[in-house]
Design a protein around this ligand. Structure first.
Ligand SMILES: *[C@@H]1O[C@H](CO)[C@@H](O)[C@H](O)[C@H]1NC(C)=O
Ligand SMILES: *[C@@H]1O[C@H](CO)[C@@H](O)[C@H](O)[C@H]1NC(C)=O
Length: 361
């Protein structure tokens, strides 16, 4: 009798695991790689200045607490998790990411990183892109130990992946200081080519690690962030050098993704090429002035409780000098879900989810 009970309990637990029961979303795991736009707390565990785990960050988060997300509220990965009907995957460095909680996915992103290893050196300890992928390998071993190799492979192959990086390779590397090392080494077009050749290696490795549905995001209009307006812009015009960089980089990224999909023979990668300003700049009272910061456009220094902080965060496209507000993040995710092919290529997430629901995993 006791044996039978224990046996039934096991069945319930196993059945539960397989069906997204007990808080696990086994439907589809979600993995996140990249920089501060998608970090949800990894840097809290590192000796780095690139962190957002102090107020007023998180002022509109469900808990009203800072978490390490670089926004007033939810960030893009959080909102994608909502679309998937699951809870956001935990930061990989969180001690809570153990056991069945791993089956929901993991967030490997780290604020300050770029495609290149030398990007973000000033932040001291960050998880560089190659290290995020090393962690992804380590994660896969841990999950294999938990559910077996075959099931782990299924989980990875069936997962959705988001990777967001590249902006820092300009802002926190090439244009960090006048006459930076990289700018003496490469003219801008050659730098863009070099970046993308390195990015290609990263994306190929992700594919070899089992990724089969990957959203890759471009840099957006870097020269129009409040930080750029404050330092490099004149009279509120977007900073020309960073805008030029974005205009060279983003179309070439779309080309790279097209090429990769052709080489693989399947639409593994979808690229988001968003010019947020032309798409929804007019939806905000201001797309220039950050909600939280100081100096012109609130674009200088850090966002802290000593900063000037706006009353209504929803009026602002930018929360701080570099990062979108929650409302802007919602608009970005709406584009990811339903955007046309000039915004997300070759497929938006609605199409991906519809296609995959027809494929038995
Ligand atoms: C970054 O560093 C790792 C580890 O040392 C190395 O494998 C990788 O090739 C480096 N990437 C670049 C772009 O130099
Ligand atoms: C997604 O993309 C497809 C193809 O571009 C488009 O027809 C569709 O309207 C978009 N939105 C949704 C919700 O599928």
């Amino acid at each position: 009798m006791v044996n039978f009970l224990v046996f039934s309990l096991c069945i319930v637990v196993i059945f539960g695991l397989a069906n997204g029961f007990i808080g696990v979303d086994a439907r589809r795991a979600f993995f996140v790689f990249g920089d501060s736009l998608v970090d949800n707390g990894n840097n809290n565990f590192l000796a780095t200045s690139a962190r957002a785990n102090y107020p007023p960050y998180g002022i509109d988060f469900p808990t009203r607490q800072p978490t390490g997300r670089f926004s007033n509220g939810l960030n893009v990965p959080d909102l994608i998790s909502k679309e998937l009907g699951s809870s956001p995957p935990l930061p990989y460095l969180s001690p809570k990411l153990r056991g069945h909680r791993m089956l929901n996915g993991a967030n490997f992103a780290s604020a300050g990183i770029g495609i290149l290893n030398d990007t973000g050196f000033q932040f001291i300890e960050v998880i560089r892109m190659y290290k995020q992928l090393d962690f992804f390998e380590e994660y896969q071993k841990r999950v294999s130990d938990l559910i077996g190799k075959k099931e782990a492979k299924k989980l990875i192959n069936g997962a959705l992946i988001l990777i967001t990086c590249g902006g820092n390779d300009f802002v926190n590397n090439y244009y960090l200081v006048p006459n930076s090392l990289r700018s003496r080494q490469y003219a801008l077009p050659e730098y863009v080519t070099y970046l993308l050749s390195e990015y290609k290696k990263i994306l190929r490795r992700l594919y070899h690690l089992g990724a089969r549905r990957v959203l890759v995001s471009g840099t957006g209009p870097m020269g129009c962030a409040p930080a750029a307006l404050a330092i490099g812009g004149t009279d509120g015009e977007c900073a020309p050098e960073l805008q030029l960089a974005a205009s060279l980089y983003n179309p070439k990224l779309v080309q790279l993704i097209t090429e990769l999909n052709q080489q693989i023979g399947s639409d593994v990668f979808s690229v988001l090429n968003i010019d947020a300003l032309s798409l929804f700049g007019n939806e905000f009272k201001t797309s220039k002035v950050a909600c939280c910061g100081q100096g012109p456009y609130n674009g200088i220094g850090l966002c802290t409780l000593a900063s000037s902080i706006c009353q209504n965060r929803d009026d602002h496209l930018f929360w701080d000098a570099f990062h979108p507000s929650e409302r802007a993040n919602k608009m970005i995710v709406k584009q990811i879900m339903t955007g046309s092919t000039d915004v997300i290529y070759p497929m938006n997430l609605s199409t991906i989810l519809a296609l995959d629901s027809k494929i038995p995993l």
